[in-house]
Write a protein that binds this ligand. Structure first.
Ligand SMILES: C[S@@+](CC[C@H](N)C(=O)[O-])C[C@H]1O[C@@H](n2cnc3c(N)ncnc32)[C@H](O)[C@@H]1O
Length: 196
């Protein structure tokens, strides 16, 4: 068996921290693959908050969740929010602040036919959103960020996220990186665990 892909490792580490009934955040809903994954982990008594700035993304996510429900899969309710993830603190209800088990950021553009490739995540809003997500996590909660240094704009965003994670107070959070060393352009993962 080869090494896990970056997204598989993000999912594995997330699954280790999320229990049925938990509240979780998908910061970039896209086509809903990650949202559905989180809805399955959180289960029918949990709650998922999913953000995207594109209606097309939220429609695709909604369709994916509906299909899963029609198939009888027992998944968490999801609030699909047409908002930039830097609005996360205002959008997630106050009673969930400090109780979020995990947040997943799968950065970049919407990989869907006809989607506007210029609508990508941007360093300024991404960093604000990461700060917010860390504040919303419960102690021991996990933030996962999948970065794409190989596309235009993705390299500067990845550098900004690296810099942000490196500067975190180690007493407050522990940060790790997972990447394929012979493929510097390939996607990689930064995971941040909030200290207990
Ligand atoms: C790589 S895709 C996400 C893939 C998705 N998680 C999935 O499972 O299909 C990145 C998404 O981030 C969204 N995005 C870009 N800027 C954003 C922002 N400021 N806030 C929230 N989402 C954003 C894009 O519209 C795009 O759908």
């Amino acid at each position: 068996m080869g090494l896990l892909s970056v997204l598989s490792l993000a999912h594995k580490w997330t699954a280790e921290r999320v229990q049925p009934g938990d509240a979780v955040i998908d910061a970039t809903a896209g086509n809903g693959v990650d949202t559905l994954f989180l809805c399955e982990l959180a289960g029918p008594k949990g709650q998922v908050y999913a953000f995207d700035i594109q209606e097309q993304a939220l429609r695709n996510t909604q369709r994916r969740l509906e299909r899963a429900r029609q198939e009888g899969r027992r998944i968490a309710p999801a609030e699909l929010l047409l908002l930039s993830h830097d609005q996360m603190v205002q959008a997630v209800p106050e009673h969930q602040h400090g109780r979020i088990a995990a947040a997943l950021f799968n950065l970049g553009y919407l990989p869907a036919p006809g989607a506007d490739p210029s609508l990508i995540t941007k360093p300024e809003t991404t960093i604000t959103a990461l700060e917010s997500a860390l504040a919303l996590l419960r102690p021991g909660g996990l933030l996962s960020v999948v970065l794409y240094p190989g596309h235009a704009g993705g390299d500067t965003e990845a550098a900004a996220v690296d810099n942000w994670a490196q500067q975190l107070d180690p007493q407050a959070a522990q940060a790790a990186q997972y990447r394929m060393l012979q493929k510097p352009q390939a996607p990689y993962l930064i995971a941040v665990e909030k200290r207990k």
